[in-house]
Each structure stands twice: as structure tokens, then as C-alpha cells.
Write a protein that binds this ligand. Structure first.
Ligand code: PMP
Length: 304
């Protein structure tokens, strides 16, 4: 997870129009730059086994983008059809057969001041994502705290919300951690810096409910649907730090990194290919590659 380089693709998309990468810039005077005011989504597009390309759960990402924007009073006039068409058009320009794509859709506030006359541009960028299945990682528990709903709500996927995650990753580097888990103001598990946390106890799949400080994760919703299909128990409830440390299996999950097994948390070892999360993960890949129909997984096919 460390040492990633920012890719510089040829094109980006601004308000539905294809633009050159170097033209996707913001002025230093706008609130997106001087107050970190933007909300975004990370979507994934997969090559299916039948040779088509498809976006995963695009509507859910669009709806969460709108929720984040609404909470920060950022207007968005883009319809879902326009959003999806823009993402697919950008994908068409940048796709290569060997890679899936990761698409970032951001509403950057480019006009307005202290909430008056706010206007945002919807910019999409897309990056190559190799098709390899992530291997297990070592994580730590950060001393930095997930911000609370009354501070900078975890429910809002805004750029500013990632500053604590950045500090946590910096803290984790000398501890040789690939990723860090943030606790909430009550000292319980909230989420990782860019992913949700899922654990298994006594065969049941458990994840913190969103009110514990976790973004409302689309991948967790997929995990829940898969768990039901596999007749596994799935619950959303508070998880103490020490309960996580005695879990049978742990993984972190999110749109970009999918399901990543956790082999170690601060020196406590876990079975990284545990049976329950391996079964969920296997079904996930079957679903996103179009090998099986999975309730809760919607693929928008690009069409050839
Ligand atoms: N929490 C945070 C802080 C994230 O950035 C992400 C990635 N979007 C997630 C959780 C997982 O959310 P999703 O499954 O919707 O990608």
C-alpha cells in the first residue's frame, strides 16, 4: 500500500466534458483549495469474464456523493444518467485490456465564499488498477481519533476528512504498518484510513455500525448481501478494541482495495486466509467479474 505513485492519465472529465489532464486545475482563490472544500467518490470499473467492462454500483456512489454534498451545502446539478455517462466516457478513453479502472468523482467548490453563492465543478479522473487480488497486510491502531459526527462527520466523504487518516498512516510507517485503524471518541473501532473494518467472531461477520464513526460503506453493503447469500450471520454493532484483537478473522474493505485480509494488528496475529472472509471474498470476485448473479451487486455494463 505504501510507495504508490500518482498516475497522470491523458484525460479527465469536467462537468461531462473530456479535458486534457493538465487542464484539470483549480484556482488558488477557490474554497476547494483554501478550505479543502470538496466531496468525492471512488468508483471501480471491472473487466468481466465475458469481455465487457462494467462499473460497480455506480448509482450508490452517485447517491452518496449527493448526500455528502447536501451535508456541506454544495449544490450538484448533475443527474445520475449524466454522472454515469461521464464515467463511462472517461473509461472508454483510458481503458486498457490488462487493467481495471479506479474512478474518482469529485465536486470541487470553485465559486462562493463562506457558503454563499457556492458552485462546484464535477471532475472525474481515472486510474489504472491492476487485477491482482490484494495480499494480507499488517495494521496498527492509531493514536489519532476518527472525527465525531459533531466535528467533521465521518458520514461526509470530503477531502478534509482524510487529514486524520494521513496522520495515522504517517504514524504507522515507522511501525511497519501497511494501514491503520482509527478508534472513535469512545475508544471503539471506527474504520481504517480509507476502508471499513470487518471481523469474524464465532462464525458471524461483524462490522461497526456507521454511528461508531464509519463511512457508510458500499463494500460493507456488498459484504452483507454476500453474507446473507452464504447464510452467514452478519451484524453491525460496536466493536471494542480488545474484541477486535481476539477476533477469529479480520479484513479491511473498500471500493478500491476490495477485501484485504489482516494478518496482524499491533503484534496480534490472525489467520489471513480464514474460511469465512475467504468465502465472502471469493463470492465478491465472482460477482464483480460477472461469473455469478449476486444480489446487492449492480454492474453497469459499458457495452462494446
Ligand atoms: N471508510 C473510508 C474512510 C473510506 O475512504 C472508504 C473508501 N471509500 C471506506 C470506508 C469504504 O467505503 P466504500 O466501501 O464505499 O468504498
Amino acid at each position: 500500500m505504501s510507495g504508490q505513485k500518482l498516475q497522470t492519465p491523458k484525460y479527465a472529465m469536467r462537468n461531462g466534458e473530456l479535458i486534457a489532464w493538465q487542464d484539470a486545475v483549480l484556482h488558488v482563490g477557490c474554497e476547494a483549495v483554501n478550505r479543502g472544500l470538496s466531496v468525492f467518490e471512488g468508483l471501480k470499473g471491472y473487466w468481466l469474464d465475458d469481455g465487457e467492462f462494467a462499473l460497480l454500483d455506480a448509482r450508490k456512489h452517485y447517491e452518496r456523493l449527493l448526500r455528502s454534498a447536501r451535508l456541506l451545502h454544495i449544490p450538484c446539478t448533475c443527474s445520475f444518467d449524466e454522472f454515469e455517462t461521464a464515467a463511462i466516457s472517461l473509461a472508454r478513453e483510458l481503458l486498457v485490456p490488462d487493467n481495471d479502472l479506479w474512478i474518482r468523482a469529485t465536486l470541487f467548490v470553485v465559486e462562493g465564499h463562506w457558503g454563499e453563492n457556492t458552485r462546484a465543478d464535477l471532475i472525474m479522473t481515472a486510474y489504472q488498477s491492476d487485477k491482482s487480488i490484494p495480499s494480507s497486510i499488517k495494521v496498527g491502531i492509531s493514536t489519532w481519533q476518527r472525527s465525531s459526527d459533531a466535528a467533521l462527520s465521518y458520514r461526509i466523504k470530503s477531502a478534509a476528512n482524510y487529514q486524520v487518516g494521513r496522520l495515522a498512516r504517517i504514524e504507522g510507517r515507522p511501525r511497519n504498518c501497511d494501514e491503520m485503524i482509527l478508534l472513535n471518541q469512545w475508544g471503539r473501532v471506527a474504520e481504517a484510513t480509507g476502508s471499513a473494518v470487518i471481523m469474524v467472531r464465532n462464525g458471524a461477520v461483524v462490522t461497526p455500525c456507521s454511528t461508531e464513526g464509519a463511512l457508510e460503506s458500499i463494500t460493507v453493503d456488498i459484504a452483507e448481501a454476500i453474507a446473507h447469500s452464504l447464510t452467514l450471520d452478519f451484524s453491525r454493532r460496536p466493536i471494542d478494541r480488545t474484541e477486535l484483537l481476539v477476533a477469529d478473522e479480520i479484513c479491511i474493505c473498500g471500493t478500491l482495495n476490495e477485501f484485504v485480509p489482516v494478518a496482524e494488528v499491533d503484534g496480534h496475529k490472525f489467520e489471513s486466509a480464514g474460511p469465512v472472509l475467504s468465502a465472502v471474498r471469493e463470492r465478491f470476485y465472482d460477482a464483480v467479474r460477472g461469473r455469478c448473479e449476486q444480489p446487492g451487486v449492480t454492474l453497469s455494463r459499458m457495452g462494446n
